[in-house]
Design a protein around this ligand. Structure first.
Ligand SMILES: NC(=O)C1=CN([C@@H]2O[C@H](COP(=O)(O)OP(=O)(O)OC[C@H]3O[C@@H](n4cnc5c(N)ncnc54)[C@H](OP(=O)(O)O)[C@@H]3O)[C@@H](O)[C@H]2O)[C@@H](O)CC1
Ligand SMILES: Nc1ncnc2c1ncn2[C@@H]1O[C@H](COP(=O)(O)OP(=O)(O)O)[C@@H](O)[C@H]1O
Ligand SMILES: [Mg+2]
Length: 278
């Protein structure tokens, strides 16, 4: 098992090219947020925007429209019940995040299948209720980069393997069977990328707050359109999420997911400055 190394993260950080424009910095679509869990998709979309994504859209229940725009006017909005608009939005994106706050009812299931079948080349991040539907239905996945971000409960539901009573080799095999890259979240998050496994040593108990995983999923989606290597992106996103949380925990008893979001641009700048000093 490899340990994620800060010097690699710094080296991999993309310089924002001088001729960058919004269309070249990643087009992200975040799908989720039912009438109860709008906060989950708003946090994820905020994390994508603050991670530097050029264009971010949210496909959600219309009840979340005003809250989204009050928090994040940078995001565009689609009613996720309008499948024609949803499919168009997927085809206009280069990365899709599916699951935070989606729910598990029949409407959520229909949206889940609509997104899976509309994906062509888009990279796909699956979290929360999208992972629930994967574990229930075992659908065919699109032939593109697919990244799942389960917590231990979601991992158990997906694979039947309790984290504490399984070996790395068993988890590697289970990941290969799933046919996705897996970010297995815990206090020592493990990242399963094909035949290589990484561990992230960052993170702390001040992160034990609802919405913290939604922010990680949004960061991964936001970064995927900016890095050239998806593997480096996943490792960088996991590292940055916990690195920011560890900085905040020096002065805070608890860290709010939205506080991680607002720190992302500053910390990425700090690490980019370190890269440019070499
Ligand atoms: N602001 C919002 O709108 C927010 C909305 N959210 C949305 O809520 C929806 C449901 O998501 P979920 O994660 O709460 O539910 P689920 O998938 O059933 O997992 C819980 C089960 O797993 C188990 N478990 C074991 N180990 C665990 C671990 N380390 N971490 C966590 N769980 C662990 C756990 O065991 P227990 O705690 O009961 O012992 C329990 O049996 C989803 O749409 C999500 O996006 C959230 O994102 C928060 C912010
Ligand atoms: N004690 C802890 N130590 C390190 N990281 C933690 C701790 N508690 C939570 N986290 C991190 O917070 C995130 C929680 O994700 P998740 O359970 O999906 O949250 P939510 O669904 O509420 O958004 C993961 O990235 C996990 O690694
Ligand atoms: Mg979660």
């Amino acid at each position: 098992m490899h340990i994620i190394d800060k010097s690699d993260i710094i080296r991999w950080l993309p310089d924002r090219p001088k001729d960058s424009y919004k269309g070249s910095m990643g087009r992200v679509l975040c799908v989720g947020g039912n009438t109860h869990f709008g906060g989950a998709i708003i946090l994820a979309a905020s994390a994508a925007v603050y991670s530097g994504a050029g264009l971010t859209s949210v496909a959600s229940d219309p009840i979340n429209l005003h809250a989204l725009h009050a928090r994040l006017p940078e995001a565009m909005f689609i009613d996720y019940q309008d499948f024609t608009a949803l499919e168009d939005a997927i085809h206009n994106a280069d990365t899709v995040l599916l699951g935070p706050g989606l729910g598990r009812d029949a409407q959520a299931e229909a949206i889940f299948h609509c997104v899976l079948s509309a994906i062509t080349t888009q990279k796909l991040v699956l979290d929360a209720d999208a992972l629930y539907f994967i574990s229930q239905n075992r659908p065919n996945l699109p032939q593109t980069t697919v990244i799942a971000t389960p917590h231990q409960g979601e991992w158990l539901r997906l694979t039947g393997l309790p984290l504490s009573e399984s070996t790395v080799e068993q988890r590697q095999q289970a990941t290969a069977d799933l046919g996705m890259w897996v970010v297995l979240k815990s206090e020592r998050t493990e990242i399963y990328l094909d035949d290589t496994v990484y561990q992230n040593l960052g993170g702390n108990p001040a992160m034990a707050t609802g919405g913290m995983g939604d922010v990680l999923a949004g960061m991964l989606a936001g970064l995927l359109g900016q890095y050239s290597s998806p593997k480096e992106t996943v490792l960088s996103g996991v590292f940055l999420h916990s690195y920011i949380a560890d900085q905040l925990a020096l002065n805070q008893y608890v860290t709010l997911p939205s506080q991680i979001v607002t720190e992302i641009p500053r910390v990425m700048r700090e690490l980019l400055n370190a890269k440019q000093q070499f």
